[in-house]
Design a protein around this ligand. Structure first.
Ligand code: AMP
Ligand code: FE
Ligand code: FE
Ligand code: ZN
Length: 283
């Protein structure tokens, strides 16, 4: 498979700014050989991405980024090649998306006490059925002229410290790994080193995730710190985990560029061997 491999990207099915077809076009233009479409808590973009890749030579690996919650921290779990019709997975992702919607409404209600922002402003920034998140609230704040871009919104009004923030329901990481494995998928922890060496998942907790079927760690990601990556490399070695690298592309919603971090072909081959819930689409 020629071309670089980027296993983490978002479309308008969640908080990316491009449609799945536009994302595929951007990946082809960037010269990539394979991308994984990993929208938050949703597989809704898969079909469009598959269709758009036909004739381009791009391989689309179907996936999602499952929201989980561990203690006080949000933990993201990449889930490759799950069965999109798996009943338990469908029920859980629906539960998360509903909770996200209510939580976003509640954040907007708090913000509207101090700023000129309505829930309709936020809905205007989302595609029907999309997984709603703070990025859509950010886009509404931008549209109102209250902040300059998403990053500015996250640094100010949407920052947890400002008091408008609220968490949302999400499963425990261990339950999430089990759910993904039961759906035939390959679970990989997304950007697990953003909080530095001491913020990396403790070895005993990781051991339980690995026992449940966790397959890998996304180490090459722009938000993982240097000390976080060092710790993750030690853990990957100790637990014999796959190591991935990816962009976490969100279109114009984040500075991350497609292919800025990539995954080795042998690692993708192993993921394709392990995943049984769905198949990669070789366009
Ligand atoms: P939420 O899951 O609704 O709390 O929102 C978190 C999401 O916002 C993450 O998945 C990121 O994709 C996105 N995000 C976080 N920080 C930023 C930022 N500074 N600029 C743009 N998007 C961000
Ligand atoms: Fe996101
Ligand atoms: Fe994430
Ligand atoms: Zn992501």
């Amino acid at each position: 498979m020629p071309g670089a491999i980027d296993l983490h990207s978002h479309s308008r099915a969640s908080d990316g700014t491009e449609t799945p077809a536009e994302l595929v076009r951007a990946a082809v233009d960037a010269g990539l050989g394979a991308i994984a479409l990993t929208d938050h808590d949703s597989t809704a973009g898969w079909a469009e991405a598959f269709a758009a890749s036909d004739g381009t030579g791009l391989t689309v690996v179907p996936g999602m980024e499952l929201s989980t919650w561990s203690g006080w921290h949000s933990v993201h779990l990449l889930a490759y090649l799950v069965d999109p019709a798996d009943a338990a997975l469908v029920a859980e992702t629906e539960r998360i998306r509903t909770a996200r919607m209510h939580r976003a409404e509640s954040i907007v209600e708090r913000i509207s006490a101090d700023y000129d922002l309505t829930w309709d402003d936020v809905l205007a920034q989302t595609t029907a059925g999309a997984t709603v998140g703070r990025p859509h609230i950010a886009d509404a704040l931008v549209a109102r002229g209250l902040v300059s871009d998403r990053s500015a919104a996250f640094a100010t009004i949407l920052h947890p410290r400002t008091g408008y923030f609220q968490p949302h329901y999400a499963p425990d990481p261990l339950d999430a790994v089990r759910l993904v494995v039961a759906a035939g998928g390959v679970p990989v922890l997304a950007h697990p080193g953003t909080r530095g060496r001491d913020g990396v998942v403790p070895a005993d907790v990781l051991a339980r995730l690995v026992d449940a079927g966790l397959a890998g760690l996304e180490i090459r990601h722009r938000e993982n710190t240097r000390s976080g990556r060092e710790r993750l490399a030690e853990l990957a070695e100790r637990f014999d985990l796959l190591v991935t690298g990816s962009s976490d592309y969100h279109g114009t919603g984040k500075p991350n560029r497609l292919g800025e971090n990539t995954t080795e072909p042998a690692v993708l081959e192993r993921i394709l061997e392990l995943g049984t819930g769905s198949s990669p689409h070789r366009g």
